[in-house]
Design a protein around this ligand. Sequence first.
Ligand SMILES: NC(=O)c1ccc[n+]([C@@H]2O[C@H](COP(=O)([O-])OP(=O)(O)OC[C@H]3O[C@@H](n4cnc5c(N)ncnc54)[C@H](O)[C@@H]3O)[C@@H](O)[C@H]2O)c1
Length: 267
Amino acid sequence: MIESEILDALVSSFAPKARVALVIPESLTKGALKNFVTELSAHTETTLILTPDGEAQKSVAVLESAWNQLGVAGFTRNDRIVGIGGGATTDLAGFLASSWLRGIDWSAVPTSLAGMVDAAVGGKTGINTTAGKNLVGAFYSPTAVFISPRFLSSLPAADLAAGLAEVIKCGFIADPTILELVAAAGSRTLTDAVLLEELICRAVQVKADVVSQDFKESGLREILNYGHTLGHAIEKQERYSMRHGDAVSIGMVFAAELAHASGFITS
Ligand SMILES: NC(=O)c1ccc[n+]([C@@H]2O[C@H](COP(=O)([O-])OP(=O)(O)OC[C@H]3O[C@@H](n4cnc5c(N)ncnc54)[C@H](O)[C@@H]3O)[C@@H](O)[C@H]2O)c1
């Protein structure tokens, strides 16, 4: 979908008279998503819950502030939460929705590649605490996920490249066509809008297929963690200053080298 279609689809998904709490990084309301927020607010009664950028928003303090804002606005079960931004934002918005009034509807509008192909799909929501990353959360699927590759035009190249790691992971675990497409396109992969759209569709399909068979990760879903064992260790060691996708890329190379050294793969 293109942005204006996303807006129409989003607005028409709301129940009549429902109010919307829009969870969004403040930086995006001033930059890339300024027009989208203005348009949405013109169509729907909207409470803006502004967050810090990146991992800083996945905190108890930001969550508590969001709960307080929902309380002041008197949000009921007829109202809805919309998370718009990268994976950190949709993780926070989903957990907020799961915990307000024991669960109200929410929608995800991922605007980063990692958000589109991974974080917004599959129902895992959560925040970080001193105990660790993503240890507090809930399995709580959005009612709908609205994806527009057009949002990616403003995403920094480094975030786009990091998101591609999760796409390539889907190629290794389930859809080799992804690998063929990326290998053929090379550096054009991140600038070819048509190709990116196909890769997003394929990666979402892989994740949806896996998650629909094992929602709460009791077996098959662990396949999605390919490259993540070392990846998570690197992230922790680097105090989460490295992008998740970059760490997963290193983890995938490590897993492949290990498989090669153990004789499970030939090259
Ligand atoms: N729930 C899950 O299953 C799941 C899966 C994978 C990752 N995650 C989580 O997702 C997060 C990583 O996601 P991410 O890489 O999107 O990080 P992020 O949410 O921090 O976004 C990266 C940066 O891009 C900016 N941004 C987002 N969209 C933009 C746009 N269209 N234009 C310009 N800037 C934009 C953000 O404001 C941020 O600064 C981590 O917290 C990770 O734990 C969750």
